[in-house]
Design a protein around this ligand. Structure first.
Ligand SMILES: N[C@@H](CCC(=O)N[C@@H](CS)C(=O)NCC(=O)O)C(=O)O
Length: 209
């Protein structure tokens, strides 16, 4: 298996999952954004985004989807739920919710506060989508007020998917407005050995230039 990744980008989800599962993989860390700083990457992934993930004939570009693939393909149900589990629907909902609902608004904050040149920055757009993101956190806030993990009373890839969205919020300085139980959950997830190993793996493979 090979994973293309940028430091703490969404490709951290599959990197973290690979480390939690102890699977063998090759890691290539690219400068961000690769479509600007490593244009040859477009020959590998036409979208220019990370993650890009290859396992034999399988090629994937969706961070939560790769985590789901690893559970199913390698039967790592110690990190996932089977369809006959009563919380299977909730588990899938967290996996899709993590990127479609929680990461998406944050990318607008990132783009219009940091990535665009000064003259194209849009403080109003950034402020609106920051608010949007915090409002969409209500589902996780409510769940985390009741439980330690998102589903099945144990750690699963749903926690990886959602905790990454929370981590991105931290890098955008939105986390000061998280509810206390959500902040505590993020700290618990970051303290995991698997998360720490993923952090070290990306440092070790960081581009030197
Ligand atoms: N829905 C995809 C989004 C992938 C994505 O947009 N990744 C960002 C990094 S967080 C990226 O590569 N951005 C660089 C760019 O848009 O050029 C996922 O969850 O993996």
């Amino acid at each position: 298996m090979k994973l293309w990744h940028c430091h703490n980008a969404r490709s951290l989800r599959p990197l973290w999952a690979l480390e939690e599962m102890g699977l063998d993989y090759e890691l290539e860390v690219l400068p961000f954004p690769p479509r600007v700083f490593q244009k040859t990457y477009l020959g590998t992934n036409v979208l220019g985004t990370v993650p890009y993930f290859v396992d034999g004939e399988t090629h994937m570009t969706e961070s939560s989807g790769v985590c789901h693939y690893l559970v199913e393909k390698y039967e790592r149900y110690d990190f996932g739920l089977r369809p006959d589990h009563p919380e299977y629907g909730a588990y899938l909902n967290w996996l899709y919710h993590s990127d479609a609902t929680l990461t998406f608004p944050q990318t607008l904050v990132l783009r219009y506060t940091q990535l665009e040149p000064e003259e194209r920055r849009q403080p109003t757009v950034a402020a609106d989508y920051r608010k949007w993101y915090l409002a969409r956190l209500r589902l996780a806030d409510r769940r985390l007020a009741e439980t330690e993990f998102l589903c099945a009373d144990r750690f699963t890839i749903a926690d990886i998917a959602i905790a990454y969205a929370l981590l991105l919020g931290e890098s955008l300085d939105i986390h000061h407005d998280y509810q206390p139980q959500t902040r505590d959950y993020l700290e618990r997830m970051k303290a995991r050995d698997g998360f720490q190993r993923a952090q070290r793996a990306q440092e070790d493979a960081a581009p030197t230039a």
